[in-house]
Structures are given as structure tokens and as C-alpha cells.
Design a protein around this ligand. Structure first.
Ligand SMILES: O=C(O)c1ccccc1NCC(=O)[C@H](O)[C@H](O)COP(=O)(O)O
Length: 221
């Protein structure tokens, strides 16, 4: 039977971009609270609906299954809901607050909105979703030259959100690793953290030892 480490009482971890059952087992063993499945064909972490279903069915109780989608249309949402048992939708495109409400109504699931930050001008977008989305994922804004709206392993200036108060739950993302997560938590006060690249040996390939080391670093923070 899969042994699941009790999640840290303080900060919850989401590991995004899982592609194999071994990834799911590593994430559960390490004590993460959420696993993310990426539906974005240009991504090295992209999974088909059939693959996602197998991964979701491999998840133990207590590991929340999050579908990451980018500007999904209704047909995509319907196909996703029909194929994969899920706990949350993550919108990682240019969706508006109105579209978020439609996605929540159509899927019946809580919806997390990713907002990319680079400088203070981006904080207005964050404000537009705080209290509207069920969760907000505060991520780095992608720099030019990448086709991926997220999962690029780049961070942002954490002082942009230091001392901020939030209406609802939120996660910190963007370039997190076992080496920098304690400082990120200290500076931002994050109670949830999300990452992908920082636990990979190469793009799209998760590393069980890096996943365990990251979760240990969060517990120690
Ligand atoms: O991971 C992808 O390939 C991806 C594709 C399209 C939209 C978002 C994507 N990833 C988002 C994430 O995995 C994370 O939530 C976040 O951006 C942090 O990623 P990283 O900096 O790699 O830890």
C-alpha cells in the first residue's frame, strides 16, 4: 500500500505537471497536499485525458487533483469533467473574473486563478481575482521567448506581495526550489506553495528525491 506522509501542519505543497504514476506516488509519499495535471499541448508536462484519468485514479485520498488549463472552452471543460475525477480547476491563461465564474458553474469545482507578477503594475490583476477566485496562484509573469504561460522556473520579486493581506486562500509559485522556499515563505507569509521545474531533472521529468527534499524544506521552514 502507498505510504502517505502526513502533510506539514503549516504550509501546504502543490506539485504541478505530473506525468507518471510514479510521480503521483512520490508526491503522496512526500506529503504534498495537491497534485497538478497540465493540459497544454505545447508543454513538456502535457497529459492526455486518458493519461490524466489513470493518474487521478492512482492518487490516494487526501491528495487533491488539480487540472491546469489555459483559456479552456466549454467543450474542453466538458471533456475533462467526463474523463477525469478532479478536485479543482486551475486557470492559467488570460481568463476574466466572469469567465472564472462560468467555469465554476459549469464544472461545479472550486477554481484557482493563476496571476503572473513581474512588477507593481501587475498587482491590479491580482486584486481583480482576490475574493473572486476560490484560490489565487501568485506566479511569475512569463518572460518573452517562452511559449509556456507558466512552469518556466523563473521567480518574481517577492517583496511585491510582502505584508499583503488576502480575502481568500492563495499559493505562491514561480521558480521555487528546496533551496529558496524557506526564504520565500518568510518574506511573503505564504501558507501554500506550488512548483514544477524545481523538482525536475529535465523539462517534464519529475525527480522523486527532489520532491521529497522540497517537502522536507517546507516542513523545516
Ligand atoms: O507547467 C507547464 O508546462 C505549464 C504550461 C502552461 C501553463 C502553466 C504551466 N505551469 C504552471 C506551473 O506548473 C506552476 O503552477 C507555476 O507556473 C510554477 O512553475 P515553476 O516556476 O516551474 O515552478
Amino acid at each position: 500500500m502507498l505510504k502517505v506522509t502526513r502533510p506539514a501542519a503549516g504550509t501546504r505543497v502543490k506539485i504541478c505537471g505530473l506525468r507518471t504514476v510514479a510521480d503521483v506516488e512520490a508526491v503522496a509519499r512526500a506529503g504534498a497536499a495537491y497534485m497538478g495535471l497540465v493540459f497544454f499541448p505545447k508543454s513538456p508536462r502535457n497529459v492526455t485525458l486518458d493519461q490524466a484519468r489513470d493518474l487521478a485514479l492512482a492518487a490516494p485520498m487526501g491528495l487533491a487533483k488539480v487540472a491546469l488549463v489555459v483559456n479552456p472552452d466549454d467543450a474542453m471543460l466538458d471533456a475533462l469533467m467526463a474523463a477525469v475525477p478532479l478536485d479543482m480547476i486551475q486557470l492559467h491563461g488570460s481568463e476574466t473574473p466572469d469567465r472564472l465564474a462560468q467555469v465554476r458553474a459549469r464544472t461545479g469545482l472550486p477554481v484557482m486563478k493563476a496571476v503572473g507578477l513581474r512588477d507593481a503594475d501587475d498587482l491590479a490583476t491580482l486584486d481583480a481575482f482576490d475574493g473572486v477566485a476560490d484560490q489565487v496562484l501568485v506566479d511569475a509573469k512569463p518572460h518573452g521567448g517562452t511559449e509556456l504561460p507558466g512552469g518556466n522556473g523563473v521567480g518574481f520579486d517577492w517583496s511585491l506581495i510582502a505584508g499583503r493581506s488576502w480575502k481568500g486562500p492563495w499559493m505562491l509559485a514561480g521558480g521555487l526550489t528546496a533551496d529558496n522556499v524557506a526564504e520565500a515563505i518568510r518574506l511573503t507569509g505564504a501558507r501554500q506553495v506550488d512548483l514544477s521545474s524545481g523538482v525536475e531533472s529535465s523539462p517534464g521529468v519529475k525527480d522523486a528525491a527532489m520532491i521529497a527534499a522540497f517537502c522536507d524544506a517546507v516542513r523545516a521552514a
